[in-house]
Design a protein. Structure first.
Length: 634
């Protein structure tokens, strides 16, 4: 069952923004500052810009394949079920970890309000579980309710952050930025400045990169939109606009917020803070400022958690659709049109993730998200080089393949920056993925993928069907909200013949009359005469390239069509000696509307400026059928 399309531009913008503004700005700045000093601001900006570049490939793939599961779906269709399973499980875990981080933040704020300093870790886990349950219910009720809630939360959050930035800009102490490189270490159970220096050194450059790698989880929200792409209205426009505008806004908000925070809090205080923005607000406006930013951080965690549940649950749904997970997990609630079992499974995984240490949560999530970006950019290279006819993204990443190669190199280096613990955690998840694939998925799932099409270009030993191209064709229809006509249904069933050598109209009609005579219960000579009479009255060759021979028979009530291509040409007459596209059909007077619709649809098809070129270049009958079905609609 397809998911309901209910998300517009503001929903896409809010889901992406809400998933990015959370721990990355309300918790991590203190940790990042302790490792680099004020230069970590450049790390945030660098991370955002690199994400913007890397996301261009993500947007291309989403607009080509806007399906639930996002990055998993197109990695699966590019690299196959084994890598697809690894990607899907890794991404599911990554967004669950990131969301658990946000839920942990919500529970911390609620727990402080209810229990003060008496709150212990056990209580924190209980509150986190209850908070998770609330988001599960909200997402089960429907994506529209969850997305509208997300839009309201993000609007309030950006308003509060704007107030903080506006007030703080007039109170910045530039002396706190000198030196621009500051490194802190534990002395007497407290972080104290142990080293400093200039940004214009190898150390400074290295700290910018390491800071960007550390906070990369802050930008993981972009994959959230990929997961819910199937539920976006007009994804060709709303996804590129929503994602790109979200990244730009968040980079600006991050940069301005961090500038104010570093300029307001003394370095030793900032390095020791797990609530740096709230502490800066307290310096600016006392307890009211602290409360306002605490509310803002709560809104940020709520928005991230809500978007995270919405997105993460689409991974098991997509894996189930591809038979890599049991079909029960992919069940869609008939009333709410939401994947109930997948949402509940995701909630259970998030609750389990709460038992992990915070730093492990952040680093593992960052490592997995980085790995996903590497696979995504690799997918663009493979799928473009495979020359799939029905790969038709509405947004095409520029500077191919240099952007993809640059992104793969940079994100791989970022993974190395995260350290051995994060890599070990990722490897552990990979082994879990392999176990799932080899024990369940391998025997249940069999799909074509783009890598096989690429290998065909290298060797002739592989023979493939047309299933991947057919799936991409159907996705284009869903993406563009195309309502298939009776003509489309006829084309799907009609025989399409690729004639290998020059022939004549007489030979063509004799062969088809014999076939139609069996179907219609008519004498084949009678049918031949009807076709020739029609051709003698007015030629059905409507150009030097295309002909539409057709007849109407009184005592039938069916419609039958056959399509022919002959690169060498079919001789219709001396005036039209090389017809290369023939649409031949038999109709009933009772089906006059369908008859006219067929003529109009064929006319629309051949009016395309590139029709003749595409017709001759189509690889085989399947690609000719796709060419007709993917014609421009009026």
């Amino acid at each position: 069952m397809e998911l309901k399309k209910e998300l517009g531009f503001m929903d896409v913008f809010s889901i992406a923004s809400g998933a990015m503004i959370s721990s990355g700005i309300f918790i991590l700045p203190g940790i990042a500052f302790s490792k680099a000093g004020p230069i970590m601001i450049l790390g945030y900006i660098l991370g955002g810009l690199i994400v913007l570049v890397g996301t261009l490939s993500v947007i291309e793939l989403i607009t080509a394949m806007p399906k639930a599961g996002g990055d998993y779906f197109f990695i699966m269709r590019t690299l196959g079920p084994l890598i697809g399973t690894i990607s899907g499980v890794l991404s599911w875990f990554a967004i669950c970890l990131k969301t658990a981080f946000a839920i942990f933040g919500i529970a911390g704020v609620v727990g402080r309000i209810l229990y003060g300093d008496a709150m212990d870790h056990h209580t924190l886990i209980i509150i986190s579980s209850l908070v998770t349950a609330v988001f599960l219910i909200l997402n089960i009720v429907g994506v529209e309710a969850a997305s509208k809630f997300e839009t309201i939360i993000v609007a309030g959050l950006l308003l509060l952050m704007g107030i903080f930035i506006a007030v703080g800009m007039f109170n910045v102490n530039l002396e706190f930025f000198n030196p621009f490189v500051q490194i802190y270490d534990v002395v007497n159970n407290r972080l104290e400045l142990v080293s400093s220096g200039s940004p214009f050194t190898a150390l400074g450059a290295g700290l910018i990169v390491s800071s960007a790698a550390l906070i990369f989880v802050s930008f993981g929200g972009l994959l959230t939109v990929a997961c819910v792409a199937e539920e976006v209205k007009n994804p060709k426009k709303n996804i590129p606009k929503g994602l790109i505008s979200s990244i730009i806004v968040i980079i600006l908000v991050y940069g301005a917020t961090l500038f104010v925070t570093v300029g307001v809090l003394p370095g030793d205080q900032l390095a020791n803070s797990l609530t740096p923005i709230a502490d800066a607000a307290k310096v600016l406006a006392g307890n009211p400022g602290y409360i306002i930013i605490t509310v803002a951080s709560l809104l940020a965690f709520i928005s991230t958690a809500n978007a995270g549940v919405m997105a993460a649950s689409r991974y098991p749904l997509a894996l189930s659709r591809d038979k890599l997970f049991p079909s029960l997990i992919g069940h869609v609630n008939k009333k709410f049109k939401t994947p109930t079992v997948a949402i509940i499974s995701t909630g259970l995984l998030m609750v389990g993730s709460l038992l992990l240490p915070l730093e492990t949560l952040a680093k593992t999530a960052s490592a997995v998200i980085l790995t996903t970006y590497v696979l995504t950019n690799l997918s663009v290279i493979i799928i473009r080089e495979s020359n799939l006819s029905n790969y038709r993204p509405s947004f095409v990443a520029p500077l191919y393949p240099w952007i993809q190669i640059f992104t793969i190199f940079v994100f791989t280096s970022f993974i190395a920056q995260l350290g051995i613990a994060a890599i070990e955690s990722s490897i552990g998840l990979i082994f879990i993925s392999l176990a799932i694939y080899f024990t369940y998925g391998k025997k249940n799932s069999s799909r074509e993928y783009a890598l096989l099409h690429l290998l065909i270009k290298i060797t002739d030993n592989l023979k493939l069907g047309h299933s991947l191209e057919s799936e991409l064709r159907d996705i284009i229809h869903q993406r563009d909200e195309v309502e298939l006509t009776e003509f489309d249904k006829i084309v799907m069933e009609a025989p399409i013949v690729d004639l290998k050598s020059f022939t004549s109209l007489k030979e063509l009609i004799e062969v088809e009359a014999e076939k139609f005579s069996t179907i219609l219960g008519k004498n084949n000579l009678e049918l031949e005469n009807l076709f020739f009479e029609r051709e003698n009255e007015i030629t059905t060759a409507i150009s030097g390239f295309t002909a539409i021979p057709h007849i109407v028979i009184e005592d039938i009530d069916t419609f039958h069509m056959a399509v022919f291509r002959c690169r060498d040409g079919i001789k219709f007459s001396e005036k039209h000696p090389q017809i290369k596209a023939v649409f031949l059909f038999v109709s009933s007077p009772k089906l006059n509307k369908l008859h006219l619709q067929t003529l109009a649809s064929i006319a629309t098809l051949i009016k395309d400026d590139n029709f003749e070129k595409k017709w001759l270049e189509a690889k085989n009958e399947n690609y000719l059928r796709d060419l007709i079905l993917l014609r421009t609609r009026k």
